[in-house]
Ligand binder design. Structure first.
Ligand SMILES: [Zn+2]
Length: 435
């Protein structure tokens, strides 16, 4: 459930309910001197506020980057790439979100996106061109690293082995109602993953994956917000389990009372869902991801993701997270209209995130009302995963009820806005017998 705070800035009072509904602040209120040294490097490398303010175009030069291990490139493909800022939400130097796209020499948007997010002092982001895919992480207090990932599509044939969930009846797309709920996510990782990466790296990865999924939701007009509540190891899931689906279905609301480390952490952090990063190389079934479809109190609230396919351009984490919100594969008719959608743009055949037919995935969930680079819809009426996600996202958000409180707030908004009455509904607390 949302926590609402009344912000008063420059004689304008605004009611803000979450990070991603923050108003766009006047960019002149941000000064580089407000930023830490590490922030200034990133800021001066990626963001020119005057350009953002005057024409919403920014330039990316070659940032100060470190050499990557394992042969990853740290070079951007050329200098002075023009971007149009589509959303820029700045709360303070520790909490901002920025989303844009590349603009070609004719002033047209190209198939690409860029986002940068800072949360809890960790900077993460992605740059995606048609042929290059980069991720940005903080590696310490002073340096960011930009890792280039191969965008050649690997064998997707084993990419997903989701459980079949409840057979939710067909919904008329016209009945889709956009809602906004707050989903708390617990990230855990297996011992095999812990053996390869430090906890700090996994914290970076976790914020990055949440940011990627949140960005996909923003691009697709899904208004739910995600909050990473904790990152912790687990021994409950192991890659060599014979039946991961069964293990997944055992992570239920009832299981919160049991003693394993998943349920202990779900309860401790009041998380609605748990997502587990695992090592595909040791994963016996050779699947890249699996999720409860959809997540619910009784059938499971978990997903597992092979870490490599989550961090690279296959975006498997955002794929599985879509499943938790009842998003369905291209060929899954059981919960219409939620299916993935594929189309051809610039002679390239691409698909939305829930594709399971070997196509390159764009960072969008299918939505017939959202155009891809201005001219191609990202869905049709019966390939409309966002419709499912709108309605099921609030069910996911209510899996773990938060502390009860209920109040009315009235406020006089200066200027031309009328007086508003905001009524906040909240869930019953955990001890309620109605749960
Ligand atoms: Zn899938």
């Amino acid at each position: 459930m949302k926590t609402c705070i009344l912000f008063i800035m420059s004689s304008i009072a605004m009611l803000n309910c979450d990070l991603f509904s923050q108003p766009i602040i006047q960019s002149s209120q941000l000064s580089t001197s407000d930023l830490t040294f590490a922030d200034q490097i990133l800021y001066s490398s990626f963001c020119n506020m005057e350009d953002v303010e005057s024409c919403q175009l920014i330039s990316i030069g070659s940032p100060q980057l470190l050499s990557g291990a394992d042969g990853v490139s740290t070079n951007l493909n050329g200098n002075n790439i023009n971007w149009r800022t589509k959303e820029f939400k700045f709360i303070n130097s520790q909490d901002y979100f920025w989303l844009g796209e590349e603009i070609d020499s004719n002033g047209n948007p190209k198939e690409s996106y860029f986002f940068l997010q800072k949360k809890a002092e960790i900077t993460v982001g992605e740059i995606s061109f048609s042929d290059h895919f980069y991720k940005i992480y903080s590696i310490n207090d002073h340096d960011q690293v930009l890792l280039e990932y191969d965008t050649e599509n690997e064998d997707h044939s084993k990419i997903c082995g989701n459980q079949d969930g409840e057979n939710i009846p067909y919904q008329n797309p016209e009945a889709c109602e956009s809602s906004s709920c707050h989903i708390k996510v617990l990230m855990m990782y297996t011992a095999a993953v812990a053996a390869k990466y430090s906890h700090q790296q996994l914290l970076n990865f976790s914020y990055g994956l949440i940011a990627q999924t949140q960005t996909a939701m923003i691009r697709s007009d899904v208004h739910h917000t995600l909050e990473l509540v904790a990152v912790a190891p687990t021994t409950y899931f192991t890659e060599k389990s014979s039946d991961l689906g069964l293990q997944l279905s055992e992570v239920t609301f009832a299981a919160l009372q049991s003693g394993n480390d998943i349920s202990q952490n779900l309860r401790a952090y009041a998380a609605d869902v748990v997502t587990v990063l695992c090592d595909e190389k040791a994963w016996g079934s050779a699947q890249y991801g699996i999720a409860a479809v959809p997540a619910s109190k009784t059938t499971g609230m978990a997903s597992l993701n092979a870490i490599t396919q989550s961090l690279n351009s296959q975006k498997s984490y955002s794929h599985e997270f879509g499943h938790l919100m009842n998003a369905r594969h291209t060929n899954d008719n059981k919960a219409l209209p939620g299916r993935a959608y594929d189309f051809i743009i610039n002679n390239k055949h691409v698909a939305t995130l829930l594709d399971n037919q070997l196509l390159p995935r764009i960072l969008n969930y299918s939505n017939p009302n959202i155009m891809y680079y201005g001219n191609i819809a990202t869905g049709v009426s019966d390939r409309f995963n966002v419709c499912n996600m709108w309605s099921h996202g609030c069910i996911v958000a209510s899996i773990f009820p938060e502390d009860g409180c209920q109040y009315n707030m009235t406020g006089t908004i200066e200027g031309t806005c009328p007086t508003v009455l905001t009524h906040l509904e909240v869930n019953k607390d955990l001890s309620s017998s109605n749960n």
